[in-house]
Design a protein around this ligand. Structure first.
Ligand code: ATP
Ligand code: MG
Length: 437
């Protein structure tokens, strides 16, 4: 892609409510555009990052055997009346009526919809366990939408639902998801901490929030630092190992403010290991047994022919929130560096442009074609402006690698820089090898 052709309409006058770095940066680099309060359009660059995040989320769901499907955004109020949540959910739910005056709503979550599908499709224990998920827009009429896509009204979420015959089996599904979440956030270049959490309007008894550390986070967290040293790559997607993983995590105190008890904290965690800080909730998992299956009469015939209400869990990841959360975690000293896995481009070529000499531009075009041939997603900064302005711009765009074609480059050697590290001069093949890794 040529930078001169890229659609990145930059919002120059930042709105007053853009208080946190990620919101400002997303507007300044043309990732999003506000449509109305708490509702955003995703412009090409932002959309590209979000799609890369979505892909990683999807791959890790598939690895644990979850099956992808797609439920609609608009739901019938009837199923919510059955579960009893139509009244409980309150004003966060956007209620609408169609031309037949039927009560509908824009889904804030999908427990009811999936339970409805399951109860009419599955009659026997033989099809259990099942984990189904979709990645779909949600609407919650938040009281105070703020911080851009971090807390907005329309947002993109992966939500999965598990169905099991017994509580013991359901805990196995829960553990799988716990594992998938740790892996997902690790691949996104984030250090996440699972924290025991309240179950809120979803209800139930077992729940963890996955939090990443960030000063601007809305969640206050209290944790034992040693939880960061748990080697998550040592666990396998296999029941004993997953049990072990949950046990190992539960040894360390780690809660958000709702569950915080200072006496407990001081008793269980040595002063040196205590960490009190703020974080961003990027995922939330729940086990809630028959909270929905019972009122909605979602049961299967067990081995002995007796009716059993299925035991359910639900598991969310804020895919759109993650775009902002990654910025909060990676933006440092006025410089952004996207994790390789989600960066809008793999590398940017930055030629020093001289009025009377086209040679840098020509060299850059050659490298550009070569990298494209090799399947590398490359941006060429062909905009006519001085090199220091270019560098400033790329500090914000945050593409993790730069090839600078200027005074330090020779016929076949170029300045290559990983953002945040010292530049080096390499032959193009070496650069390709690094980028391909
Ligand atoms: P919060 O406490 O932040 O309101 P929640 O507990 O209501 O979150 P869940 O219902 O568990 O959230 O939703 C799953 C995930 O969806 C959250 O972990 C978060 O990443 C994301 N999410 C929830 N609400 C919003 C929102 N208003 N804007 C963007 N992402 C959201
Ligand atoms: Mg909420």
């Amino acid at each position: 892609m040529l930078l001169s052709k890229l659609f990145i309409p930059i919002t120059k006058d930042l709105p007053a409510e853009a208080k946190i770095k990620s919101h400002q940066l997303m507007l300044r680099t043309g990732l999003i555009r506000q449509a109305s309060a708490g509702i955003y359009s995703w412009l090409p660059l932002g959309f590209k990052v979000m799609k890369k995040i979505e892909k990683i989320v999807r791959e890790e769901q598939n690895i644990i055997g979850a099956q992808e499907m797609l439920m609609p955004t608009v739901q019938s109020a009837d199923i919510w009346k059955e579960s009893g949540r139509y009244d409980d959910y309150g004003e966060e739910m956007l209620r609408i009526s169609d031309r037949q005056k039927r009560e509908m709503l824009y889904g804030p979550t999908n427990e009811e919809q999936i339970t409805e599908i399951f109860r009419t499709s599955v009659k026997s224990y033989k099809l259990l366990p099942q984990i189904l998920y979709h990645i779909q827009w949600k609407f919650r009429d938040e009281l105070r939408p703020r911080f851009g896509v971090m807390r907005c009204r329309e947002f993109y979420m992966k939500d999965a639902y598990s169905f099991d015959l017994s509580e013991d089996d359901a805990v196995l599904s829960y553990n799988k998801m716990f594992f998938a979440y740790l892996k997902t956030f690790e691949r996104l270049g984030l250090k996440s901490i699972p924290m025991k959490a309240d179950t809120g309007p979803i209800g139930g008894d077992l729940s963890h929030e996955f939090i990443i550390l960030a000063e601007t986070g809305e969640s206050k967290i209290y944790t034992d630092k040693r939880i960061f040293d748990i080697p998550i790559n040592n666990y396998k997607n296999e029941n004993n190992s997953l049990n072990q993983m949950r046990n190992d995590f539960s040894k360390f105190y780690s809660v958000t403010d709702e569950k915080f008890d200072p006496n407990d904290f001081n008793k269980k965690v040595k002063k040196n290991d205590q960490l009190q800080t703020k974080g961003i909730e990027v995922g939330h998992i729940f086990y809630f047994g028959d909270k929905y299956s019972k009122p909605m009469n979602c049961s299967v015939d067990g081995k002995d022919g007796k009716k059993i209400f299925v035991k359910m869990g639900s598991y969310g990841i804020g895919v759109s929130r993650l775009v902002a959360a990654i910025i909060e975690a990676k933006f440092n000293n006025d410089k952004m560096k996207w994790p390789k896995a989600v960066s809008p481009f793999d590398v940017v070529i930055i030629p020093a442009i001289n009025k009377n000499d086209n040679s840098n531009i020509e060299k850059s075009s050659k490298i550009y074609s070569l990298l494209k041939e090799k399947g590398i997603d490359v941006l060429l900064d062909d905009v006519e402006e001085n090199i220091s302005n270019k560098f400033k711009k790329h500090d914000l765009l945050g593409i993790p690698y730069q090839i600078v074609v200027g005074s330090k480059s020779t016929k076949d050697q170029f300045e290559f820089k990983e953002v945040g590290k010292d530049p080096q001069v390499f032959e193009i093949n070496k650069i390709i090898n690094i980028l391909k890794k």
